[in-house]
Design a protein around this ligand. Structure first.
Ligand code: NAD
Length: 263
């Protein structure tokens, strides 16, 4: 039994990392997948089509929505995955609450928050004709705890977490068959970590060591593991789940900073 048969799915930021892994898994589950990304050179894989989409541009959302309406007549799944951190944008400088750069703040919120809000806005119209639709917003553990070194990222992801609930309640109250939930990955091995891992093997070992100290499962996660959680929320197995949050973090948010206190 394929879990996404006859479903049309749109994934943002699908060129690489978590978005790509979600796309590949959705294709295996027989969804028709529309890959979108800001990169024009993205390679569509079998069972997919590619449309360029900068999530922070409303005109791009309008174009993509029109194309989906004309070609498929509906949308069943939206994964608002595209996102950036403060770090690469701000030339390697940590963005703390005292010194953050305003241009950087705006750019991060434009992509991470406005991009998600626009995605939800345009998807709702397309999803009204779906018998069972699902919006999945990729937030982060940073949407639940403060990360003072990447202050815009954390703020944007917290807003995504809450916007998810507004969308979920709105759709439920209107009687639309549209669920909306947020995913909260912890440390997942993708290019988003590149700036922190740069600087040679010693620096990389240090960064990974620091991360592992906060992860009870003592390993980083993979994009495939996030994709499996997205598949659950996208599928009809999650038919009574809306406005909820799913952590994929190896126990990061479940532990105390002192650890279990057991030697
Ligand atoms: P990544 O950098 O590997 O991929 C991000 C993708 O988003 C890229 O393909 C990029 O081209 C695309 N993108 C960037 N700006 C865009 C825009 N304006 N419009 C459309 N596409 C755009 O990152 P990833 O780790 O795969 O992250 C995916 C999502 O997961 C992000 O929202 C990120 O914040 C979130 N997340 C990642 C981690 C992690 O540890 N990797 C943890 C928590 C949350």
């Amino acid at each position: 039994m394929y879990r996404l048969k006859n479903k049309v799915a749109l994934i943002t930021g699908a060129d690489k990392g978590i978005g790509r892994a979600i796309a590949e898994l959705f294709v295996k589950e027989r969804a028709t997948v529309i890959l979108t990304d800001i990169h024009p050179e993205i390679e569509p894989c079998e069972g997919t089509e590619y449309l360029p989409l900068n999530v922070s541009q409303e005109s791009d959302w309008r174009d993509v929505t029109q194309r989906i309406q004309e070609k498929y007549g509906k949308l069943d799944i939206l994964v608002n995955n595209a996102g950036i951190t403060d770090l690469p944008f701000c030339k390697g400088k940590f963005q703390d609450p005292e010194t953050f750069d305003m241009e950087c703040w705006d750019e991060v919120h434009n992509i991470n928050l406005k991009g998600v809000a626009l995605g939800c806005k345009y998807a709702i119209g397309l999803m009204k004709s779906s018998p069972a639709a699902s919006i999945i917003n990729i937030s982060s553990i940073a949407g639940k705890v403060g990360l003072p070194g990447t202050v815009a990222y954390s703020s944007s992801k917290a807003a995504v977490r809450n916007h998810t609930k507004s969308v979920a309640v709105h759709c439920a109250e209107k009687g639309y068959n549209i669920r909306c939930n947020s995913l909260h990955p912890g440390a997942i091995i993708t290019d988003i970590w590149k700036p922190l891992m740069a600087g040679g093997p010693e620096r990389q070992k240090n960064t990974v060591g620091k991360l592992l100290r906060g992860i009870p499962m003592n390993r980083l996660g993979t994009a495939d593991e996030v994709a499996k959680a997205a598949l659950f929320l996208a599928s009809d197995d999650a038919s009574y789940i809306t406005g909820s949050e799913l952590n994929i973090d190896g126990g990061m948010l479940a532990t105390s900073p002192t650890g279990s206190l057991v030697q």
